[in-house]
Design a protein around this ligand. Structure first.
Ligand code: SF4
Length: 210
């Protein structure tokens, strides 16, 4: 399945129960040559209405985070683990079976865009994209090299919206993205733990942190 086929199929998808709770499928958006790829958990109320990822207060926070590192949303590919809004107010988290059903679309998106860095927003996106079960508090802010790119786990936008301390951590994590985007693509399964400091004297690759 190529990108166009995946998008077409997803727009009418009924693979999982979330097809009943959505208004619109939120497949994702952004340039197919984006170096930065951001993955949230699921569309919410605003995204479901607009058909676009990261709207409302979360979207405004994301725009501010990107601006803080000199980027705009139209330079980034944006999507979510599942493409349909889960039920509930606030919406519940997607179930493992729903994430599995939707996973092929995400994999096609990643393969098509082939970004240098994938930001995983929140615990569930981190688990899915790194394949690790570590609590987010343990691996947040550490770049995980996988498949020639870095997966960068951080907090969810929703969590950061309501907790100033979490917002400060998210801002700090985004501050490391320019350095990660400028780094060589990883060739091995090693962890890049890039401190937010000038290039002088830093060790770009530190194996064995896991
Ligand atoms: S969440 Fe994904 S798998 Fe489930 S119905 Fe929507 S597009 Fe299909």
């Amino acid at each position: 399945m190529d990108f166009a086929e995946a998008q077409k199929e997803a727009l009418g998808c009924t693979r999982c129960a979330l097809s009943h709770s959505r208004t619109r499928v939120v497949f994702g958006e952004g340039p197919l040559n984006a170096e930065l790829f951001i993955v949230g958990e699921a569309p919410g109320f605003n995204e479901d209405g607009e058909g676009s990822p990261f709207q409302g207060a979360s979207g405004m926070l994301l725009d501010r985070l990107l601006a803080s590192v000199g980027m705009r949303r139209d330079q980034v590919y944006l999507t979510t683990l599942v493409k349909c809004r889960p039920p509930g107010t606030p919406p519940r988290s997607p179930r493992p079976s729903e994430v599995s059903s939707c996973r092929p679309y995400l994999m096609v998106q990643i393969a098509a865009v082939d970004p240098r860095v994938i930001v995983a927003l929140g615990e569930l996106a981190t688990r899915v994209l790194t394949g690790r079960k570590d609590p987010l508090s343990r691996i947040r802010g550490r770049a995980v090299p996988l498949d020639g790119r870095y997966v960068f786990p951080t907090l969810s936008l929703r969590k950061a919206l309501y907790t100033p301390a979490d917002r400060a951590l998210l801002i700090s994590d985004f501050g490391r993205l320019p350095e990660l985007l400028a780094a060589e693509r990883p060739a091995t399964y090693e962890t890049l733990n890039v401190p937010h400091q000038p290039d002088d004297g830093r060790e770009p690759v530190q194996p064995g942190l896991w």
